[in-house]
Design a binder for this molecule. Structure first.
Ligand code: 9D3
Length: 354
């Protein structure tokens, strides 16, 4: 992903984003960031980029020509199709996770930051593809909103959250807030950790966390809770195509005969179809996908090696990684997989998904 930020304050962008996770992603070359100084595209020697508004009123308006030339300069350097141009403006569609996911699919993004009383409308009509706000409050310019969007989009770009295996099935946490977390000590200033977390029963813990998520959402975000209830109602009436239908397991996964029997029984009891996949070509999962004419969301892959996890990732399939060789180096830079150490754990995951 390459970001091109058009701004009158390029140092603000450069300073703000080179740290921590994003900084590392930039060093690795997964993310590119260019702050383009709109003033470099002015025509006069005073580098003047703003002027008084026609019709009068307070403040200054950013002129059309420098913005246009800065934008075209970037577009002409981008290979392939023209990039989307996101104008950060309080008058835009409110940025959310769905838009972040949509933008994460792009190869290049141009972010245009306004200042003063805004930008001459005529250039906006010519170059802008998306008007986006980050929420209903008043800031002094578009730079912080651009940085917010870059942060939210970047963590969805494969490889950026390198070791973050546990983003697990983020998309699966249907509109609920996260459950509370606890760490050592077991008792802090007289307050103990909820006992259930120490019981060692992963199914019970999972149920408790789910319940906490639901309660917390109802109390703190009644708006989200309403959505959650609406979705559940809709799902009950017309089960969606998002539901799991197909389990793809690579042959080594079911090598142990007694485990294989258990696994097959669970899969068929859950009304799922099991497809055994040979570890041959990188497109082995995609071939099944096409053959069975089902959607990506309906599939869960049980992968036997790091190479398999990568192959499944290519096809954007949810994946359980069950390494046959426990010394194997884990696949790097992946988000959507979960590692298990025995098939019992795999079955627990499967049970929760159906
Ligand atoms: C001073 C002009 N204001 C009239 C009341 C409108 C206005 C224009 C530009 C107010 C703030 C800004 C600067 N903000 C942004 O450029 C901006 C922004 C924001 O202020 N809130 C939420 N999202 C965004 S995206 C860009």
């Amino acid at each position: 992903m390459n970001y091109h930020v058009l701004t009158l304050f390029p140092e603000m962008i450069e300073q703000g984003l080179h740290t921590s996770i994003l900084g590392r992603a930039m060093e690795k070359g997964i993310i590119g960031l260019e702050a383009v100084d709109i003033r470099d595209y002015t025509e006069d020697r005073h580098r003047k980029a703003d002027d008084y508004p026609y019709g009068g009123g307070a403040g200054m308006v950013m002129q059309a020509e420098p913005v246009f030339r800065a934008c075209e300069s970037v577009q002409s350097r981008i290979k392939g199709k023209r990039a989307r141009v996101i104008y950060a403006t309080p008058q835009g569609r409110v940025f959310d996770q769905a838009l972040a996911e949509e933008l994460a699919k792009e190869e290049d993004l141009i972010l245009l930051c306004g200042h003063y009383e805004g930008i001459d409308e005529r250039v906006l009509e010519e170059v802008v593809t998306d008007y986006v706000s980050i929420g209903d409050y008043v800031l002094t310019g578009g730079e912080l909103p651009a940085m917010v969007m870059i942060d939210a989009v970047s963590r969805l770009v494969p490889g950026v959250l390198s070791n973050e295996v546990s983003a697990e099935f983020e998309t699966f946490h249907d509109n609920l807030l996260e459950y509370p977390q606890y760490s050592r000590p077991e008792v802090w200033r007289g307050k103990p950790v909820p006992r259930v977390l120490l019981c060692g029963d992963h199914d019970r813990i999972e149920d408790w966390r789910r319940e906490q998520s639901i309660l917390r959402t109802r109390i703190r975000r009644p708006d989200l809770y309403g959505q959650y209830q609406k979705n559940r109602e809709a799902e009950r009436k017309a089960p969606s195509k998002k539901r799991l239908r197909l389990v793809l397991a690579e042959k080594p996964i079911l090598a142990d005969e007694s485990w294989a029997q258990e696994f097959r029984r669970l899969v068929s009891e859950s009304g799922l179809e099991l497809v055994l996949v040979s570890e041959d070509t990188p497109d082995r999962f995609r071939r099944v996908l096409e053959e069975k004419k089902c959607r990506r969301q309906e599939i869960l892959v049980f992968a036997a090696s790091a190479e398999s996890v990568l192959a499944a990732r290519e096809d954007k399939l949810r994946t359980i990684y069950f390494p046959m060789d426990s010394r194997e180096q884990e696949p790097e830079g992946l988000i959507y997989y979960r590692k298990i150490s025995d098939l019992l754990e795999g079955m627990a995951v499967l049970r929760r998904l159906v």
